[in-house]
Design a binder for this molecule. Structure first.
Ligand code: PHE
Length: 337
């Protein structure tokens, strides 16, 4: 009886199938059951001897046996081929690991971000201006007299008679005021250039952040309040500070702000040149002449401005003694931050 034979072969397959452990066993299985002369084929050959009545049920059984064996075969074939491709990946566990180099933010960028964060918290927006400036914006509109020594070829990189590399970020004050009506509350970071001998304390290119606040009734007390708040947030609480009278053509009165030395806490050391104080910025009330240059009514508006060097600020905060370190790209220096 064909039906019985089918059942016998099904049982045989089911007994054998779980013992297939590798591709070679599987190939033998395939040959035995599925090849042209295999058991399944021979059962199909016998179909012609089956009686008419039996034929439909025998055909159904035979088809289901063939499908079961086929499915089992394909399942194991896939399993073994996956295992094989895994084995082909050669792993040498004695190789040294791959070194991952992490970059870090340049410390000047970090300082600028920290400064910006403080002033944004105080309501200041950020503006930028060009590094190639005209004499008008860099000097004239800032109330520098024609014979002012800062215009001297020794300090300024002139590109032509009227154009130069800006020596400070103050020209951006003029550009911002020309474009806006008061109130103006802005900080203006950027590169500046000075034709100075390169040394541990000075470099021919550095960065400044300018600050400007113009409104009705702005007072020197507000300037001090803002800058003290900045210093406390940026350098840390518990510092002493003082304002020393100074001079800038574009501010009147003008001052320089000092903080107590972060190293010796005012006792006197090499960093503060034994004075106990470190200068951190220049500032003052915007000179009425400057307001006139940009078309603001000096009777109606007052304001303050300040400017600080980002390199100097970073050196003060982290105790760095040589400005050249910022530009030499020595990874040993840069990766400390
Ligand atoms: N521009 C000045 C400098 O470069 C700094 C400054 C800015 C001073 C704004 C007062 C007000 O030294």
């Amino acid at each position: 009886m064909l039906l019985e034979k089918i059942q016998d072969i099904r049982n045989e397959f089911r007994k054998e199938f779980p013992s297939i452990k590798n591709a070679a066993d599987l190939e033998n299985l395939r040959i035995k059951y599925l090849s042209r002369n295999g058991l399944v084929s021979s059962l199909f050959d016998e179909m012609k001897n089956v009686s008419r009545e039996e034929r439909p049920s025998a055909g159904k059984e035979l088809n289901s046996l063939r499908d079961e064996i086929n499915a089992g075969f394909l399942q194991l074939k896939e399993k073994f081929s996956k295992e094989e491709s895994k084995e082909k990946v050669l792993i040498d566990p004695t190789l040294p690991g791959r070194i991952v180099n992490y970059g870090s933010t340049h410390i000047l960028t970090k300082t600028l971000e920290d400064i910006k964060a403080v002033f944004k918290g105080l309501g200041f927006s950020v503006y930028e201006g060009p590094e190639l400036e005209s004499d008008y914006y860099n000097f004239e509109a800032l109330n520098f007299q024609p014979d002012h020594p800062a215009r001297d070829m020794q300090d300024t990189f002139f590109v032509s008679k009227d154009f130069l590399l800006r020596t400070h970020t103050s020209p951006v004050q003029i550009r911002v005021m020309e474009k806006m009506k008061p109130p103006v509350r802005a900080i203006m970071p950027g590169r500046v250039y000075r034709n100075e001998a390169v040394s541990a304390r000075s470099y021919c290119m550095f960065h400044q952040v300018e600050g400007l606040y113009i409104d009705t009734d702005v007072t020197f007390a507000e300037l001090k309040g803002t800058l003290v708040s900045f210093a406390e947030q940026f350098y840390g609480e518990g510092l002493k500070y003082r304002f020393r009278a100074s001079y800038f053509p574009f501010t009147e009165p003008s001052a320089e702000m000092d903080i107590s030395c972060y190293i010796c806490k005012g006792a006197g050391c090499r960093v503060c040149k034994f004075s106990g104080w470190i200068e951190i910025l220049g500032c003052g009330m915007v000179d009425p002449n400057v307001l006139k240059y940009v078309g603001y009514d000096p009777e109606k508006y007052t304001g303050y401005a300040f400017g600080m060097g980002i390199e100097r600020t970073t050196m003060n905060k982290y105790g760095i003694h040589d400005i050249r370190l910022f530009f030499e790209n020595d990874i040993r220096f840069l990766k400390q931050f």
